[in-house]
Design a protein around this ligand. Structure first.
Ligand code: SAM
Ligand code: SF4
Length: 366
């Protein structure tokens, strides 16, 4: 099993295309028929070279994450070329986690085998719902049957498989979700990402004024979900992520623990110490432009670490980096507790995460 206690260094590769755009999604992706994959690959290689020359030394790469969009639309040859280019310029850890995000509609058995042969060892499949009506409402093109078939194939091929689901949908009752979550747990995966539906600006759901359950119902959904997942030995290790011990997503832990990562591809972000990197949110602009670097202040970096670190409920965050008066308040409100110099957010705390963060944030130091 991968020991996730070592220092981490990740690489995020963004694929900006999908077969169609889901009405709730604000990720940078477009439905495009005429994809110039060669040009995208050249852009990836240009970004990799840029980062290789930016710093003298890097830790060995512990994870690569092909995210999107729907990166399972990429050709396995391109995936292999990205990985070999990274190997040409960077050292790799002995057991790197290589994740690919996939849509059941944009992958098949042959492609899974080819991705596996190219080096992918973790597949993350967006399923979203296990009933047809909700899949149609969410604008998904696949059926429940296709999703389940792809998942079974993935389990045969990849050592690690995750599935994404969206719950707290309009008109969904906690009881209906309970039944669906029981079916989801019967899929016997080692990792699940379970997100409550959020209405993002600039999406068709926002324009149509789709409404989500009120705060109290959202809370009921969340507490019930955590309880069922814990009972199934898949405790939440992050607000929306549940895993069996040893199956946590190494790449996402890299962000949440505040380690460095490279951002490759359009709209990708990276962090290298106090340097923040950002790529344009447009394929044509990105093709013409290498990553842009800005410097964060120490205060900004600390705030970012707190923002990320408090999402990891099981790990605890050093109280030395937090505001001591704020911690006292948070503990009094039942938002967390202190053990051995670490602050552990409670479920109540994660439900009001933004308020918790504002409470424990240290005062600006000059
Ligand atoms: C990049 S997509 C995953 C892969 C693939 N594109 C797919 O959809 O099958 C990342 C995940 O974010 C979640 N997501 C996106 N927009 C969301 C929203 N508005 N509310 C809740 N979850 C959302 C979905 O579960 C989705 O699978
Ligand atoms: S949820 Fe996935 S498939 Fe749907 S638009 Fe977003 S990235 Fe594309």
């Amino acid at each position: 099993m991968y020991r996730v206690s070592k220092p981490l260094f990740g690489v995020y590769v963004h694929w900006p295309y999908c077969l169609s755009k889901c009405p709730y999604c604000d990720f940078f992706s477009q439905a495009e028929r005429a994809i110039n994959e060669e040009e995208i690959l050249k852009g990836y290689q240009r970004d990799i070279l840029f980062f290789a020359r930016l710093k003298k030394s890097y830790l060995p790469i512990t994870s690569v994450f092909f995210g999107g969009g729907t990166p399972s639309l990429m050709s396995p040859q391109s995936v292999e070329k990205v990985l070999t280019t990274l190997q040409d310029w960077f050292a790799f850890d002995e057991m790197p986690e290589i994740t690919m995000e996939a849509n059941p509609d944009a992958i098949n058995l042959e492609k899974m085998q080819a991705f596996r042969a190219a080096g992918v060892n973790r597949l993350s499949m967006g399923i979203q719902a296990l009933n047809e009506a909700d899949l149609r409402f969410l604008g998904r093109r696949h059926t429940v049957e296709t999703a389940l078939m792809r998942l079974e194939e993935a389990k045969q091929i990849f050592p690690k498989v995750n599935a994404d689901f969206i719950y707290a949908r309009p008109h969904q009752t906690p009881d209906a979700w309970k039944t669906e979550l029981t079916q989801i747990l019967n899929l016997n995966l080692t990792h699940y990402s379970l997100y409550q539906l959020t209405i993002e600006e600039n999406t068709p759901f926002y324009r149509k004024q789709v409404t989500v359950p009120d705060e109290e119902t959202a809370r009921t959904f969340y507490l019930m979900t955590n309880k069922m997942m814990e009972k199934a030995s898949l405790p939440p290790y992050e607000i929306s992520n549940y895993a069996q011990e040893g199956f946590q997503c190494v790449h996402n832990l890299t962000y949440w623990r505040g380690y460095d990562y490279l951002g490759i591809g359009p709209a990708a972000h990276g962090r290298l110490g106090l340097t923040a990197t950002e790529n344009p949110r447009s394929v044509t602009a990105w093709i013409k432009q290498k990553p842009m670097c800005t410097q964060l202040t120490r205060q900004e970096k600390t705030e970012e670490k707190i923002l990320m670190g408090l999402r990891l409920m099981q790990e605890g965050f050093p109280v030395s980096l937090l505001n001591s008066k704020g911690i006292e308040t948070a503990v009094r409100f039942g938002w967390g507790q202190v053990k051995n110099g670490l602050f552990f957010p409670s479920e109540e705390g994660t439900l009001v995460l933004n308020r918790l963060i504002l409470t424990v944030l240290p005062e600006e130091r000059m």
